[in-house]
Every structure is written in C-alpha cells, then in structure tokens.
Design a protein around this ligand. Structure first.
Ligand SMILES: NC(=O)NCCC[C@H](N)C(=O)O
Length: 258
C-alpha cells in the first residue's frame, strides 16, 4: 500500500535569525510562527497525512524548512548538502528519520551542493534548479542517483528567487504553476499556467484535487478553485519573512511501501 507520510520539523528558538537572501529582513514573531506551524501540520493530518517530527535542530535557525535537507524519489532518499553552510548541520536528524521510515539513503558529497527546495518532481520528471544553493556538481550527483531508477532529470536555471520551488510547483495534473516575473524560463515546462501572485506558485499536493496554499495568494486560490481544485489555505506569514513557502515546511513521502 502506498503510504502518505510527511516529515516536519518544529521551529526552533533561533528561527528569527534564519537566512534572508532576496528580501529585506523583517522581525519574525516566533510564538506566532509556532502556532502557524502547528496549524500547517494539522492541515496535513486533516488531509490524511501521517506526520513524523524530525528531531529538532535548535542551533540551526532554518531547520524548520525541512524540505531543503532531503530529496526522496520512490523509496530512495538523497541527503542534501545545503548550499548555505549554516544549514549543513540540519541533515543528520533527517538522515536518521528517512532511514527509520525504510528509505535507502544516498548523500550529496563535496564539492556538490544541493537544497531540496531546488527539486521539483512531476511524475518521473525531476526538475532541478541550478541557482544560488545548488551547483553543477549537485545536479550531476542528483542525476547519478535518480536516473538509474527511471527518473528523467531536467536542470533549469534559477536566478530570481531562492529555490526552484520558490518559483514553480506543479498541480496534480502536472501543470507547472508560477508567477512569471519570478520564473527564469517558463517555456521549459511542457504545460505552464501563470498565476497572479508569487506565493501562488507554491502548492503542496494533499491528494485528489486538494492543494495546500498560503493565505498570501488569495487570487491564485480563486483561480485554481475556478479550475476545479480545492485550495486548503494556511497562514505562514512568519515563514514567508524568511523566504519560506508552504512546500518547505514538509517532505512528503508518497511511495514508501510499509
Ligand atoms: N525550500 C525553501 O524554499 N526553503 C526556504 C528556506 C528559507 C531559509 N531562510 C533559507 O534561506 O535557507
């Protein structure tokens, strides 16, 4: 039976010191962030996902953005080597968590760097963003791990935002969505739907037509709802101040067999 498991990681006390690269720093309300994170996790659970909390990494301000630490394709996990050095200590706890869930584990090695936020899976196509956090060696290592398993790895440039998935994600039918000013090359995607807000380009597939989306993208939610999808909206304002989006707060494992 395919599983619906998701990894999440509770925000730590140093969250407000998280990295910001493309936006101005704003004060983060850590208590509010914890409440928003709890509501996010509850939204996953309410939609049938069994969540596993990765052991906290309280010395790492960005640890809550657990998506960046690992890429999982089928039952194979590739432990990332984050492009930002301050995030490298985040991977140990995640490695333990995916191994416990039954994944076989691979690693990105120096000189490779790769952030999970740069990896977008659409069926058996894996888009990988070559940008500020993922380098060419990281792309090559991702190819070497997943292509033998049947994936087609497509590298795309990312220059306008932090990660590939800060620019684009995909709907359940494979249509890639993104806000044009933030997407380097929309023509790379066979089926692309422009959306009216930057955070409208971030959707998490919950199952069926349900899409987890940020409250900051109301026009996109309306558009997608009009196309027959069901947005499930969460407020993640405190994480957005750190360039986080709905995708970054979890890792969904859809093809583990228990
Ligand atoms: N996948 C993502 O988009 N992750 C967001 C990471 C934000 C964090 N402040 C960082 O700069 O690494």
């Amino acid at each position: 039976m395919p599983s619906l498991k998701a990894l999440v990681r509770r925000p730590g006390p140093r969250l407000a010191e998280g990295l910001v690269t493309h936006i101005e720093r704003e004060t983060v309300d850590v208590e509010l962030a914890v409440r928003q994170w709890e509501a996010y996790v509850e939204a996953l659970r309410a939609n049938g996902w069994e969540t596993t909390e990765v052991e906290p990494a309280d010395d790492c301000p960005d640890a809550v953005f657990v998506e960046d630490t690992v890429v999982v394709y089928r039952n194979v996990a590739l432990i990332a080597r984050p492009g930002a050095e301050s995030r490298r200590a985040e991977t140990a706890g995640v490695e333990e968590a995916v191994a416990r869930l039954g994944c076989s584990v691979n690693w990105v090695w120096e000189p490779g760097t790769l952030d999970g936020g740069d990896v977008l899976k659409v069926g058996d196509t894996i888009y990988v963003g070559r940008g500020g956090r993922t380098n060419a060696a990281g792309v090559q290592q991702l190819r070497a791990v997943f292509e033998p398993l049947g994936a087609r790895v497509v590298a795309v440039p990312v220059s306008k935002v932090l990660h590939l998935k800060s620019a684009v994600t995909a709907l359940p039918d494979g249509t890639v969505v993104g806000h044009i000013p933030k997407v380097d090359t929309p023509s790379l995607y066979p089926c692309f739907l422009p959306v009216p807000e930057e955070s409208g380009g971030h959707v998490v597939l919950l199952g069926g037509g349900r899409l987890l989306m940020a409250a900051s993208a109301p026009k996109t939610a309306e558009l997608l709802s009009d196309l027959g999808f069901e947005p499930v909206v969460v407020d993640i304002s405190e994480f957005e101040k750190l360039e986080g989006c709905v995708t970054c707060l979890s890792v969904r494992l859809r093809e583990l067999y228990a």
